[in-house]
Ligand binder design. Structure first.
Ligand SMILES: Nc1ncnc2c1ncn2[C@@H]1O[C@H](COP(=O)(O)OP(=O)(O)O)[C@@H](O)[C@H]1O
Ligand SMILES: [Mg+2]
Length: 311
């Protein structure tokens, strides 16, 4: 009876993420599925902020390769260095120590900064801070003009990226009139317009309601699967990280864990050290085990929990 109740409860709540986007296959290694050339390569990357005269170490010896086309989620508690790391990937911070290559460009070479920013676009938490114009088409055109796109090509490019983010026909709309999810999708369109290899999302869903989050996650999935973009996604929502190919867990500026969502999220010890709550299905798996109910595998999504309970 308890099991039946659990099945019912999780069937009911299993609507948002599992309906939205199917997680990567349960039983294959997505890291192997997409083994192609690396678009990001970091070797012993370290960084300190100079804060009121004292150095605050934010990254320590980060060594990391990201294959082209990978969807990587960066997780870790507040202040562990996630934003600092992705700011390096977008050349917003200079390399102090170590090596970093983005799309084959050496980030230590100042002459590469603009090319790195073109190769690696960034979407931030608050879409309102990302607009340079209050009219959708002008905002997207701004990035294109910055990168010397011929004026005659700009309308077609705007049309193309609006279609990809599911906002066709919004060219003349005011950004003030859009919902949070729509604003983020316009911000994504602006980034996409200059055709970057990598798109970084720094908590891009944090300020959105569930509907807006769903819109943005679907768009990220499309960018990765259809447009073949490499995705670096920082999120506080563990359920979102399940969708990635790979998770890197940061802790005090260091890599604490690196593996598939299943490897990382089902590892209670790692999650505990990182100060993160495991996904509900993982906790349920361990709670049931403690109560003497052994499920056939450790589920990381609600859908998998239902499957495990049914088995
Ligand atoms: N501009 C800054 N000046 C000084 N210290 C900073 C600055 N930005 C971040 N830090 C510090 O660097 C560390 C890493 O911060 P951050 O990369 O923003 O972490 P996260 O994105 O994981 O929350 C934290 O200790 C934070 O307080
Ligand atoms: Mg941050």
């Amino acid at each position: 009876m308890v099991l039946l109740n659990l099945i019912f409860i999780f069937s009911c709540v299993n609507c948002f993420y599992s309906e939205l986007v199917k997680p990567v296959s349960n039983h294959q290694s997505p890291l192997n599925r997409k083994r192609v050339m690396n678009v990001i390569g970091a070797e012993k990357l370290s960084h300190s902020y100079d804060y009121e005269g004292s150095l605050n170490r934010s990254l320590e010896n980060i060594t990391l390769d990201v294959p082209q086309g990978q969807w990587l989620a960066l997780l870790g508690h507040n202040g562990c260095g996630k934003t600092t790391l992705v700011k390096h990937i977008n050349a917003l911070l200079q390399v102090q120590r170590g090596e970093l290559t983005i799309a084959g460009l050496d980030a230590k070479n100042q002459a590469n900064i603009w090319r790195i920013r073109k190769a690696s676009g960034m979407v931030f938490q608050d879409p309102n801070n990302q607009f340079v114009s209050s009219v959708v088409e002008e905002d997207i055109a701004f990035g294109l003009e910055n990168y010397d796109t011929p004026v005659s090509e700009i309308p077609a490019q705007i049309k193309r990226v609006l279609s990809i983010v599911g906002m066709s026909g919004f060219e003349k709309k005011s950004t003030h009139m859009l919902s949070g999810g729509q604003k983020q999708r316009i911000a994504i369109a602006g980034v996409l317009a200059v055709n970057p290899d990598v798109i970084v999302f720094d908590e891009a869903t944090a300020m959105l309601d569930p509907e807006g989050r769903q819109e943005v996650l679907s768009t990220i999935q499309k960018l990765n699967h259809q447009e073949k973009k490499t995705i670096i996604m920082i999120t506080h929502y563990i359920e979102e990280a399940v969708l990635a190919d790979r998770i890197i867990l940061l802790n005090h500026g260091k890599v604490l864990g690196d593996g598939t969502p299943r490897e990382i999220l089902s590892n209670l010890e790692l999650m505990h050290i990182a100060g993160l709550q495991p996904p509900l299905p993982v906790s349920a798996y361990h709670d049931l085990q403690a109560a003497g109910v052994k499920l056939p595998f450790c589920p990381i999504t609600n859908q998998e929990l239902v499957e495990a309970l049914c088995q």
